[in-house]
Design a protein around this ligand. Structure first.
Ligand SMILES: Nc1ncnc2c1ncn2[C@@H]1O[C@H](COP(=O)(O)OP(=O)(O)OP(=O)(O)O)[C@@H](O)[C@H]1O
Ligand SMILES: [Mg+2]
Length: 265
């Protein structure tokens, strides 16, 4: 089971939009997907359900010890499930400050969950206890980056934090890839993309997401399911599928029908 954590401590870099679109696209490709919303802003939760007042949420899991399986809910998309967030999680840093094993609570909760092919964790725009929990719980990190001014500011502290966790908490925390988004085809976007590629090398996915393409097809902060996924989703998922298949083996292959539909181009 691959667990992808979408993280960038900089705000508004499309973590949530990417998580939601990937979740939808991967589920459409025939996989069972669980999206976990660790951000108290609840944007992923709202995007997938149209609500942010769920009765049982990740707050109950992390603070009250409720089982993760008890808060997971279906979405309008077949095979796509959500562990919703709660605005109460905005107090998580304080509430979990003295909890023993606080960095591993999500990882422990996830160990009870078996029947998903992919888990995608959306994280808040900071490196607090919730993001750290997502790092410890994941098998791979995906870094969404917006091709705007100051895109790489903050990346240093993100990388340092990840290295600290690797050194001190015995986790591998590999960077699976960097998704560049919000390309508006200006010189600024091109320059920033150049800098991002210089920094991350071939870990930057080749597909760069143009500004406008996602928002139009699947707006975050609107109930999900009312719009068709974008070409981006299919392209991105195809890329992920190709990259994941050799690692995941037969157990994670979609059925032949999905396979045929997924590789026509
Ligand atoms: N390709 C795109 N084109 C235009 N707008 C986009 C695109 N992708 C995302 N957006 C918009 O950019 C804004 C920020 O995206 P999003 O909320 O996903 O970022 P985030 O990193 O999750 O933010 P936060 O750090 O607050 O959680 C949203 O309004 C979203 O609709
Ligand atoms: Mg977000």
């Amino acid at each position: 089971m691959r667990v992808f954590c979408l993280a960038n401590n900089k705000g508004g870099v499309t973590k949530t939009t990417t998580t939601v679109n990937l979740g939808y696209g991967i589920a459409r490709a025939g996989y069972r997907v669980l999206v976990i919303d660790t951000d108290a802003q609840c944007n992923t939760t709202y995007s997938l359900t149209g609500r942010m007042d769920q009765e049982s949420t990740l707050f109950d899991v992390l603070i009250n010890g409720t089982k993760l399986t008890e808060v997971i809910m279906p979405t309008q998309q077949e095979r796509l499930f959500l562990a919703p967030s709660s605005i109460n999680l905005s107090a998580a840093d304080l509430l979990m400050a003295s909890a023993p094993g606080r960095e591993r609570k999500l990882a422990r909760a996830l160990s009870q969950v078996k029947d998903f092919d992919y888990i995608l964790i959306d994280t808040p725009p900071n490196l607090g206890v919730l993001t750290v929990n997502a790092f410890i719980a994941c098998t791979d990190v995906v870094i969404p980056i917006a091709l705007t001014t100051y895109a790489l500011i903050g990346i240093g502290i993100l990388e340092r934090t990840m290295q600290e966790l690797r050194d001190n908490l015995d986790v591998e925390l590999p960077i699976f890839g960097v998704i560049a988004n919000l390309d508006d085809h200006t010189k600024l976007s091109a320059d920033v993309l150049g800098a991002v590629r210089e920094h991350f090398g071939d870990r930057v996915f080749q597909t760069v997401i143009p500004s406008g393409s996602l928002a139009k097809s699947c707006p975050v902060k609107q109930p999900f399911g009312s719009s068709e996924p974008s070409e981006y989703v299919e392209e991105r998922c195809k890329q992920w599928w190709h990259q994941n298949l050799p690692h995941d083996g037969a157990a994670h292959r979609p059925d032949p029908g999905v396979h045929a539909a997924f590789h026509p181009r």
